[in-house]
Design a protein around this ligand. Structure first.
Ligand SMILES: Nc1nc2c(ncn2[C@@H]2O[C@H](COP(=O)(O)OP(=O)(O)OP(=O)(O)O)[C@@H](O)[C@H]2O)c(=O)[nH]1
Ligand SMILES: [Mg+2]
Length: 199
């Protein structure tokens, strides 16, 4: 079965309220910018995306980071294939917050830091250059340290919005293929009898 027939589940988290995670998802799914700030509890969207000539079905959960809904967040994280962690370049605090979400993802998935989880670090609102608090290097250095792809974008101008979802989807597919190959290799690998040499 081709894994490209499966639905890929993504979660988009915003570091703090109002970084633009909903605006990013709506720009990607519907192609328009939402000016109005309407705090999100949880919204789920679906969209097909072309990656390397193949069509992939995405299910995108737009949610926010709140301790009040810990059980919901736990469930969402455990079910997801990949994560878009969004901060705003106009808020240092929002970058600090996504570092906590990153740690939580590893805790919930019961993984070690050397086991990759598809995560992309996104610096939104790059159209607001004169309000910038986080340099591109700061965002990039953090992403490099945790071995994740990084991109700056603007939900307002649509800069790099499609790229976010292409990069994370490609990342998820590559990791799934790699796991499948490793599983096939484990099954095919002949078992050696202890202390016995068959000629
Ligand atoms: N200039 C600019 N404004 C943006 C951008 N993205 C979002 N906004 C504005 O920022 C405000 C908050 O955007 P939302 O997308 O609702 O933020 P959010 O991260 O979903 O907020 P929560 O649902 O509370 O987590 C809105 O007024 C948006 O219009 C952007 O790229 N540039
Ligand atoms: Mg929102």
């Amino acid at each position: 079965m081709s894994i490209k027939n499966e639905v890929i589940k993504l979660i988009v988290f915003g570091g703090v309220f109002g970084v633009g995670s909903s605006a990013i998802v709506i720009q990607f799914v519907s192609g328009h910018f939402v000016e109005l700030y309407d705090p999100t509890l949880e919204e789920i969207y679906t969209k097909d995306i072309q990656v390397d000539g193949e069509t992939v079905k995405l299910q995108i959960t737009d949610t926010f980071n709140s301790d009040e809904y810990e059980a919901l967040r736990f469930l969402n994280i455990s079910m997801a294939d990949g994560f878009v962690l969004t901060y705003s370049i106009t808020s240092k605090e929002s970058l600090e917050e996504i570092k906590g979400i990153y740690e939580e993802i590893y805790r919930v998935k019961h993984k070690n830091k050397n086991e990759p989880i598809p995560i992309i670090i996104v610096g939104n609102k790059c159209d607001l250059e004169n309000e910038r608090e986080v340099t591109k290097e700061e965002g990039m250095n953090y992403a490099d340290n945790i071995n994740c792809p990084f991109i700056e974008c603007s939900a307002k101008t649509n800069e790099n919005i499609n790229q976010i979802f292409e990069i994370i989807t490609r990342n998820i597919l590559e990791q799934k293929y790699q796991r499948e190959e490793e599983e096939i290799w484990t099954i095919k690998k002949p078992k050696r009898e202890k202390g016995c040499c068959v000629v």
